[in-house]
Design a protein around this ligand. Sequence first.
Ligand code: BES
Ligand code: MN
Ligand code: ZN
Length: 485
Amino acid sequence: MSRLPKITFASNELPKDGGLVVLTDKSLTLPDGVASDSVTRALDVAKFEGGKGKTAQILCPADSGLDRLIVLGTGDVDDLNEQDWLNLGGKLQAATGEGAIAIAAQNPMQAVAMAQGAVLASYKFDRYKTKKGGKKDEKKDALALTFHTDDVAAAEAAWESASGIADGVMLARDLVNEPANVLTPKDFAKRAKKLSKLGCKVTALDGKDMNKLKMGALMGVARGSRNPPRMAIIEWNGGKEGEKPVAFVGKGVTFDTGGISLKPPAGMGDMKGDMGGAAAVTGLMHALAARKAKANVVGIIGLVENMPDGDAQRPGDIVTSMSGQTIEVLNTDAEGRLVLADALYYCRKEFDPKFMINLATLTGAILVALGNQHAGLFSNDDTLSEQLSAAGAVTNEKVWRMPLTKEYDKMIDTKNADMKNIGGRFAGSITAAQFLQRYVGDTPWVHLDIAGTAMDSPSTDINKSWASGYGVRLLDRLVADNYES
Ligand code: BES
Ligand code: MN
Ligand code: ZN
């Protein structure tokens, strides 16, 4: 695991030695004791103007107490939202690197957001690096950040939650980054079980259980793999006793070869991340439990591996899902919807939730439509969709609503069964969503297609890793803002 910065909070008084970070806007006003002609000159030479996220490093001469002074620009402070403070924390992490650093006075919200950003930015998946960047770097001093603030108690209380959320995001990233030889369905379920330490109730169904429940759609995908399937059910009951839960359902295909409809080799390695939906649900449950969310929440993840094999399902096979509806499997690479059909139906029957939100790296077509900037949002419920859009705007985990109509729904009709698992050449993300909708009944529901946002992520201020952990902060915020008592 990457070495995460150690975070502490302290009173407003600034240290007179060691490393110090000060923030400034375009006025370049620096705190007393820091401002001096030589600092002003150094900033001038560095062409530092206080722009948002810009930094200047000043190595201090021997007669000054400080070792180094890092000036971090904020631009216009009144324009900054919470995400901006997270990003500034990321910039701070990048500019400081290692050693003990103090950060000049912020209010608690700003200090905590910067701390969370710094932790997220320092995440690396380096578990398998035995040389440079891995074990060797452990000799270095880890970064220790002390945030000075006018209300230490408030900052420490808020940090308990914020660090729990960051841990949830990094758990999701770890799961997505982990290769498929290590993270099989069974191993994934084992990692989910660890959430019981935080007070979650975690159970897992195995293939035998799922056959008994007649989950023919999920089990059809699983049959091509030597690694047996699991369905993990993670419950967090922090709300009122007896109150209906909210539910999150994740696609957990630990590797997607396409099955008999085998994928081409280029880029197939990325399909170790085809469990990004399940990872987000697991990371979310971690975050909610860690911050003791006042809500009843259930997370369900369908875990299978999609492999070609002598016993794999064939194109043209017809399977019966747990709902009783039959499916003609015309392309074994459209497997995520088969897994989710049974997971969503099971969720509804077992928990009768207030709503269900599923996350899935479901279609390549969503990348064609939205790239890596927005997840595709499909829903039968306007209120829930709007709540998610709002949460997306605050967390910068953005969603974009796409249509569902009966004309699109028709595209998955077939002569041979109740439906087929592919729609045709066009509107591939929509026909996949129409397929899922046939399993949710009248439960308020959202499907998030995260094929573009969960993996192969662009580098940002708060993430340098292949896996983004997309969905954890989005859904944590949705719950915090709308579903806690
Ligand atoms: N896991 C893939 C979708 C995917 C593609 C995720 C690229 C991340 C990056 C999914 O199971 C899949 O193969 N979908 C097919 C559906 C098609 C056969 C109807 C696709 O998108 O090509
Ligand atoms: Mn597939
Ligand atoms: Zn897939």
